[in-house]
Design a protein around this ligand. Structure first.
Ligand SMILES: Cc1ncc(COP(=O)(O)O)c(C=O)c1O
Length: 366
């Protein structure tokens, strides 16, 4: 049977590699964002692609979020199963297999999805009508990221009209995600980029209005732009995700949030005084935004990751007291993809385990 530490266990009693959640930092991030949105005209619909953890979604809703955003249908199925009712899949869901799954999910939960294609709208409508399910729809507008989304306001109008005419679909508004801006280091540049990014959304909303179509929801925004997009017309809801866990990349531009996520690893070898090798490689921590940052003990620099090993350099070997079996803690450079590699989140406060939460939607990429 798999070893599981009990609440009250010390960090040394948690087997490695293990993802740790610092509950104090998590609660700070939760409260900070909830307080920010409490007096704004926009609301928070946190993105669960970051944590993939129903318990975190439940706490975000309890703190005032109006619903949860998902990237994938599989994530939304897990969240609905856990009792989350108001879900946006901020993505196009295409192909007969997924369209039918989404229609089934819409029978059980209050679902909303993004569209940017008339054939997809027709398929969603047919599948939902067959099940007598209702599906809410946002037309996605490309606001400069160059990913999905319609390119001209006229296309938004045509799609909106098609959705309105479809018996099983309900047109709710627009979605525009400014992903090309969220990590720009310079806040002024980010902010002026957001003003630009709002233009296609404003234009589309204006054109819809001229044709008597109300845009009730405009959804977008991320951790890097929540206070910019979140205070801009025509946004009504913000999809920030990473703020709740944080990583070294976002900590550089968003110091108001605290690092809640870290990876606990163990030293498996110290073949030279300066070389420390851990049990945490690319299969437990990601590196697309740069190397993870060792934070405990001090004086270590990550030099490389292979599949199952992390190679660390002790800058002053005589001052780093680490033997095999000892623990090293590091902060990921990208929380979302690192969470996706783990089944469990070890929740700690003041160095003691308080709970273990299931990362139930991890790997649900379909
Ligand atoms: C559609 C969408 N919305 C929002 C986000 C914001 O996420 P974060 O707060 O992690 O930047 C993302 C990030 O990938 C996204 O793809």
């Amino acid at each position: 049977m798999r070893y599981q530490p009990r609440p009250g266990a010390a960090l040394d009693d948690i087997d490695t590699p293990a993802l740790l959640l610092d509950l104090d930092a998590f609660e700070h991030n939760l409260r900070y964002m909830a307080t920010f949105f409490a007096d704004k005209p926009t609301s928070l619909r946190p993105h669960a692609k970051t944590h993939k953890c129903p318990e975190i979604a439940r706490r975000q809703l309890q703190a005032g979020a109006i619903g949860i955003t998902c990237a994938k249908l599989g994530e939304a199925e897990v969240m609905a199963e856990a009792g989350v009712q108001d879900l946006l899949i901020a993505n196009e869901v295409v192909g007969p297999i997924k369209v039918h799954r989404l229609a089934s999910l819409a029978e059980r939960a209050n679902m909303m999805v993004a569209v940017d294609n008339p054939a997809n709208v027709a398929a969603l409508s047919e599948a939902c009508q067959a099940k007598q399910a209702t599906l809410r729809v946002l037309v996605e507008v490309d606001v400069g990221m160059g990913r999905c989304g319609i390119q001209r306001s006229e296309d938004a109008l045509h799609l909106a009209q098609q959705v309105i005419d479809a018996p099983a679909l309900v047109f709710q508004g627009l979605m525009g995600y400014e992903g090309h801006l969220v990590m720009r280091p310079d806040a002024e540049e980010r902010s002026s980029g957001v003003r630009q990014a709002m233009i296609p959304l404003l234009e589309a909303a204006e054109l819809l209005d001229k044709h008597g179509i109300a845009t009730e929801i405009v959804s977008g925004g991320g951790t890097g732009t929540y206070d910019m997009t979140g205070t801009s017309a025509p946004m009504t809801e913000i999809q920030a995700g990473s703020y709740i866990l944080m990583d070294t990349t976002y900590l550089r531009i968003r110091p108001e949030f605290h690092p809640a996520l870290s990876l606990l690893t163990a030293v498996v070898s110290r073949p030279l005084p300066e070389r420390i090798v851990t049990d945490a490689g690319m299969k437990v921590i990601t590196k697309e935004f740069g190397w993870p940052e060792p934070i405990e003990p001090e004086g270590l620099v990550l030099q490389g990751l292979s599949e199952e090993h992390g190679k660390l350099l002790a800058q002053r070997p005589d001052q780093v007291d680490l033997s095999i079996g000892d623990r090293v803690r590091m902060i990921p450079s990208h929380c979302c993809t690192t969470m996706n590699l783990h089944d469990r989140l070890y929740v700690t406060r003041a160095g003691k385990l308080v709970d273990i939460w299931s990362i139930a939607a991890r790997g649900r990429a379909q």
